[in-house]
Design a protein around this ligand. Structure first.
Ligand code: URA
Length: 439
């Protein structure tokens, strides 16, 4: 070690190896230890391999409520905080833990904007089998995801909503830790997911937050009990820091709607904004809208008429145009299409969201590594739902892509996505629960 490095090390108040060892044996870390570890990692005094070991110890041993709160606060403190109190209308945020065909942000933001609620939606890109809102919107010619804080405020003031990429100033410690978690098998742990999501949401500074926490094969945490624990942890973190937070637990075992991809999900969202669209997409959009209106102090406003009478569509057009997009531009269409057909007669038991998501991803709709390009025209049209009766040869999916070389791998996943049986499966409600602090 150089003299300078050892001098720097001497002034650190903790030794990260002690913290790794403590957590490895299940000791709860103190607030000052967590604050230091997050700060030291962000400024480079804790090495990535040391932080990885600490994260793995957390995955294995878990964290107590106070530790999760301290971790969240430390990540918030690493960056800027936004403030939407001067907008003249309530600012209510929404976050989904991500799924297959989950395009709800697209109709939801203009719907709320048309009703007088400001929605600052900082979104991400897809990675792996789940899609990303920014990738979907980038199917629209000219639309820009990167906005400055001033441009974001202008959209909120003029249009009432904005969907854009989160700037690097918000919870930078989380950004650095998430990059490490992604490559060290330390993503799927409730304390880490909850603190990662909530640090960004609390720093964003909205007055209320509605969480859509998914379970089922297409979700981050497939088990409903894990999803409930995650939802409860996030609701507590929000409320403990003064952010009114409510969560819906929603089923992601079946893809949401018919379209899975990018451009095709925009097309389906526009159908919803025109008063049509698949029933499940409409149901979830309205359920989340009602929760957001409730947090905005407008519990008696019914959002459904604004989808039927064109108000939400007008707000959509303003939202897209305000970020440089042309709402009338034709969306990209794929060069190659292939119909996947049923091999036998039967009743559809399951349309496995994960298999469909992986299929769409392999067709080119998603990316394997951050920064990879996506094929906006690639995707899957889901033609059947659980409970549908099919005969051998009936179409189940349409797979679309621009690169014929991708077709075989995509079709392999789709070929295994539908399970047939003799009789109708039990009906699974889309919304399985609601978690709020007063429950
Ligand atoms: N999304 C996040 O922002 N963080 C996680 O840990 C998981 C999903």
């Amino acid at each position: 070690m150089t003299e300078l490095a050892s001098a720097q090390r001497a002034v650190e108040p903790h030794d990260v190896v002690d913290l790794i060892t403590a957590k490895r044996f299940g000791r709860a870390l103190a607030t000052d230890e967590i604050e230091w570890a997050v700060d030291a990692f962000t400024r480079g005094a804790v090495a990535p391999e040391q932080m990885s070991a600490l994260l793995m110890a957390i995955v294995i041993q878990g964290m107590e409520r106070d530790e999760i709160r301290s971790l969240t606060a430390a990540m918030i403190a690493s960056g800027e905080r936004m403030d939407f109190t001067g907008l003249g209308r309530p600012a209510i945020d929404k976050h989904s833990t991500g799924g297959v065909g989950d395009k709800i942000t697209l109709p939801l933001v203009p719907l709320l904007a048309s009703l007088g609620v400001a929605v600052p939606q900082l979104s991400g890109r897809g990675l792996g089998h789940t899609g990303g809102t920014l990738d979907k919107l980038e199917s629209i010619a000219g639309w820009q995801a990167a906005l400055s804080n001033d441009e974001m405020l202008r959209m909120l003031t003029d249009v009432g909503g904005v969907i854009c990429a989160a700037g690097s100033g918000l919870a930078p410690a989380d950004r650095k830790m998430y990059a490490l978690r992604d490559v060290t098998g330390t993503v799927a742990a409730v304390p880490l997911i909850a603190s990662s999501i909530m640090s960004k949401k609390i720093a964003e500074g909205a007055g209320g937050l509605v969480l859509d926490v998914k379970f089922g094969s297409g979700a981050f945490l497939p088990d409903v009990a894990d999803a409930r624990e995650l939802a409860t942890t996030m609701v507590r973190l929000g409320e403990d820091s003064g952010l009114r937070t409510v969560a819906l637990l929603t089923d992601m075992d079946t893809p949401l709607g018919r379209a899975v991809g990018n451009a095709n999900e925009v097309r389906e969202s526009v159908e919803v904004l025109a008063g049509g669209g698949p029933a499940d997409v409409v149901e979830l959009t309205l359920a989340l809208a009602r929760e957001m209106l409730d947090l905005a102090g407008m519990p008696d406003v019914d959002p459904a008429p604004a989808l039927a009478d064109g108000r939400a569509m007008d707000a959509w057009r303003a939202l897209i145009a305000g970020q440089g997009g042309d709402p009338d531009a034709p969306l990209p269409a794929a060069q190659e299409q292939h119909v996947v057909r049923a091999e036998a007669d039967g009743v559809v038991q399951r349309v496995d969201a994960r298999a469909v998501g992986v299929g769409a991803w392999r067709l080119g709709a998603g990316r394997a590594r951050p920064g990879d390009p996506v094929d906006h025209a690639a995707g899957v049209e889901v033609l059947v739902r659980p409970g549908d009766r099919v005969s051998a040869g009936d179409p189940l999916f349409i797979a679309a892509c621009d690169n014929a070389g991708r077709l075989a791998r995509g079709l392999e996943s789709l070929g295994a996505a539908v399970e047939l049986g003799a009789s109708a499966p039990p009906v699974r409600p889309l919304i399985a629960g609601r978690i709020a602090i007063d429950d």
